[in-house]
Design a protein around this ligand. Structure first.
Ligand code: MCU
Length: 438
């Protein structure tokens, strides 16, 4: 890995040992590229979740901490983000555990994962397609078999990891008997929903890629998928900071769409359906299907959790069920976190397409896809940095917030930027729809 390192250490108050335990590090290798040190850099934040919180029909303020104070520095944001993560796990998706051990192998055709926790073990694997040229290559983990432009991913010089999310979190089961590798470890009645289970599987693939020594795949990783797999890709990107580029496509309700907005967007998939159609969301979400105002967070804050990492959200404005306006609400709300971090160009949102076919591979999205891969996975060029909403599905953030966006300056207390001494890496067919219940 070749990055500049941004270190937030609480030097004033802590001993050297404590400070190193609390150090939160983010590495940079190019303007757009940002990569965290671990799956969750804010793990040492002291998050105290209250027993209750205020209800709000507007999007909650991403920048107001649970103690009521406003975030003013980047280091405070690191721990605010951990509050958001914890709240989102508890109310929307369910917990994402850290397993005791992950091992596995990367070959030019397959990644195998062996994972153990709580005295139980399981394994799963994903096939790999390498681009032409010589590696090591960045990889895009592609959920499912449709909707992602895998030929453009490959021609842009990134490998495709074909992840069948059902192997880790299966659909078609009752909540009381969830299936897949995640539930083998954590129990068929785990309250964690299938989207988070699948995201956990992506994190284990990344564990193995990181341990592999980087001869085939390097540590730059993207994730994408369409529709139910767009929901999955979004959750994967929000809950693993090692993911450099998140690209949810037509993810709708339970995906990017802001839940408060879904509840008001005519024709969009109701929250009760996103909860009931499959065990996608955590069991705790049952309390909110009819009361999204009671949620302590909304999906604009999952967008904010991804900041400042690469994010390219694609929405289809022609199918009402997909709730594209709510996707735009979440994108605009989350873009405020990117702006606060001085990384406004690292988020793109696009629904301004004329093609209404669900999960079509669109030519409209090819160039921004290439630019995103180049910028975030290969360290070259600039990201698309575009917010382009279809006129029929545009959103106005002013209607959804009563909070302001701070500028979280680089000069925060305890923050230092240390350039890496090494240089960045020189990097040198979409399957048809499977008709899986869509
Ligand atoms: C947008 O993703 C889903 C949608 O939530 C479901 O209601 C529908 O059945 O399937 C969509 C999908 O995954 O299409 C491929």
């Amino acid at each position: 890995r070749y990055r500049r390192r941004l270190r937030f250490a609480l030097v004033a108050l802590a001993s050297v040992a404590l400070a190193s335990a609390l150090a939160l590090s983010t590495r940079f290798s190019a303007e757009a590229q940002v990569q965290a040190m671990s799956e969750w850099d804010g793990a040492n934040c002291d998050v105290q979740i209250p027993g209750s919180w205020a209800s709000s029909s507007l999007l909650p303020d991403p920048f107001t901490k649970l103690d009521g104070s406003k975030v003013t520095t980047r280091s405070q944001w690191e721990c605010r983000r951990s509050e958001i993560k914890e709240l989102a796990e508890r109310t929307i998706y369910g917990d994402k555990p850290q397993p005791d051990s992950t091992t596995g192998t990367v070959t030019s055709s397959r990644i195998t994962v062996n994972v153990s926790d709580n005295g139980r073990s399981t394994s799963f694997s994903a096939s790999v397609q390498l681009p032409s040229g010589s590696g090591p290559f960045p990889a895009v983990i592609v959920y499912g078999g449709f909707g992602a432009d895998t030929s453009t991913i490959l021609s842009s010089g990134a490998a495709v990891v074909n992840f069948d999310p059902a192997t880790v979190g299966a659909e078609g089961t009752p909540r009381s008997n969830k299936q897949g590798a995640f539930y083998t470890l954590y129990g068929a009645n785990s309250t964690t929903g299938v989207l988070m289970a699948q995201a956990w599987g992506v994190s284990r693939l990344i564990d193995v890629i990181e341990q592999s020594g980087g001869s085939i795949l390097n540590n730059y990783t993207g994730v994408t998928g369409c529709s139910r797999y767009g929901k999955g890709a979004f959750v994967a990107g929000a809950f693993d900071q090692r993911i450099d580029l998140t690209m949810p496509i037509e993810s709708g309700s339970g995906g990017v769409g802001a839940m408060r907005s879904i509840a008001q967007e005519s024709g969009s998939q109701p929250l009760s359906s996103a909860y009931g159609e499959q065990p996608w969301l955590g069991d705790a979400f049952s309390a909110y299907t009819g009361n999204p105002a009671g949620l302590p967070v909304d999906t604009h804050e999952m967008v904010g959790m991804i900041a400042p990492r690469g994010l390219f959200i694609m929405d289809n404005p022609h199918v009402e069920w997909l709730g594209a306006r709510s996707g735009a609400v979440a994108a605009l709300g989350g873009a405020e976190v990117y702006k606060a971090l001085g990384a406004g160009a690292n988020i793109s949102y696009h629904s301004n397409t004329s093609n209404g076919t669900h999960c079509a591979v669109r030519t409209d999205w090819r160039t921004p896809l290439q630019q995103s891969i180049n910028a975030f996975l290969k360290g070259s060029g600039t990201p698309p940095g575009v917010i382009s909403m279809h006129p029929n599905k545009s959103a106005n953030l002013a209607q959804w917030r009563n909070w302001t966006t701070p500028t979280l300056g680089a000069g925060d207390p305890g923050g230092t930027t240390t350039p890496e001494t090494t240089s960045p890496p020189v990097e040198t067919t979409s399957p048809p729809p499977t008709g899986s219940g869509c």
